[in-house]
Design a protein around this ligand. Structure first.
Ligand code: ADP
Length: 295
């Protein structure tokens, strides 16, 4: 099974020809509310990929909170340890323009109340094959989760997004770090993903740098790096491609599959998600991944 310690956000998306400048008002074309947050997205990806998944985090005591919880449960994610905190749920205010560019304000809301582990979290983490972490909760909670999992012998998988400097205590408790190219460059100051991966191996034992349409790069201490190409597909929306990839990768590794096969399976899952619009709604189910992986 997999446990995710992470964020839940309601994405509030306005579609507009051109984003407004400061002081300007523009009329948008369409508005959508979409359940998101990196933690919740990874939980949905892993559940659809076939694992038993539980989510630790917090939603707010508002309508968005009930919808966020229901969306997780709809994809089969256990929310027994997802808390409801006072105040608003996390929200992401997104403006998408006609060129596909976006501007985003994230207000953490309930996510900011998750500053440490709570009663029952450790016992749940102890049952897991892997704990998935991102950086949309306070670093104190992310670090506590990683250190706890490490102490229990549970594999820790950290997506360092949004990119920010990582405390040594967190890195020291991370087994697998999965940055995209941009995050790898921010963490190391090295634009070349191969060089960045090598630098990151001084801090963690295993790294996967995702390379968008170019696939992914796996590096481990004492082994030759491995590049896994992505399937060539027509991408219509790459939102949450990375979260789909990480969720599926954790499931495959948890099932004991060898790393090259796990990476290829995760690539098949992510490639399916980019061919459909949406974030978690575009994530594939296990049978679809198996079909795409082994045609
Ligand atoms: P993020 O979504 O976090 O920015 P990436 O853009 O690197 O991360 O994408 C994550 C993974 O999703 C890639 O490693 C790849 O497997 C898959 N992916 C992303 N874009 C495409 C694409 N255009 N075609 C096929 N696979 C893709």
């Amino acid at each position: 099974s997999i446990v995710v310690l992470g964020s839940t956000n309601m994405d509030l998306v306005a579609y507009v020809a051109k984003a407004p400048a400061r002081g300007e008002t523009v009329t948008g074309r369409e508005f959508r509310t979409v359940p998101g947050g990196k933690g919740a997205n990874q939980a949905v990806a892993a559940a659809r990929a076939g694992a038993d998944v539980s989510m630790i985090g917090a939603v707010g005591a508002d309508e968005f909170g009930s919808r966020l919880r229901a969306a997780l449960e709809h994809s089969g994610v256990d929310t027994d340890l997802l808390r409801t905190s006072e105040g608003p749920s996390g929200t992401a205010h997104i403006v998408v323009d006609d060129e596909g560019g976006n501007a985003i304000v994230v207000v953490p809301g309930a996510n900011a109340t998750v500053t440490s582990l709570d009663h029952g979290d450790e016992a749940l983490i102890a049952t897991a094959d892997a704990l998935l972490l991102q950086l949309e909760l306070p670093l104190s909670a992310v670090t506590a989760g990683a250190v706890t999992a490490r102490g229990l012998g549970v594999r820790t998988v950290l997506t360092p997004a949004p990119a920010q400097p990582l405390p040594n205590e967190l890195l020291a408790a991370t087994d697998l770090l999965v940055p995209n190219e941009h995050e790898a460059a921010t963490l190391t100051g090295l634009a070349d993903p191969h060089a960045a991966a090598e630098a990151l191996l001084r801090k963690v034992p295993e790294v996967v740098v995702t390379l968008g349409a170019a696939g992914s790069l796996y590096a481990a201490r004492g082994a030759k790096p491995l590049v896994v190409p992505a399937p060539r597909v027509r991408a219509v929306d790459t939102t949450a491609a990375g979260d789909t990839f990480v969720g599926a990768l954790a499931v495959a590794l948890g099932e004991g599959r060898p790393v090259p096969q796990a990476l290829a399976w995760a690539s098949a899952a992510a490639a399916l998600s980019v061919q459909r619009p949406g974030a978690s709604s575009s994530m594939p189910y296990r049978t679809e991944i198996d079909t795409a992986f082994d045609p």
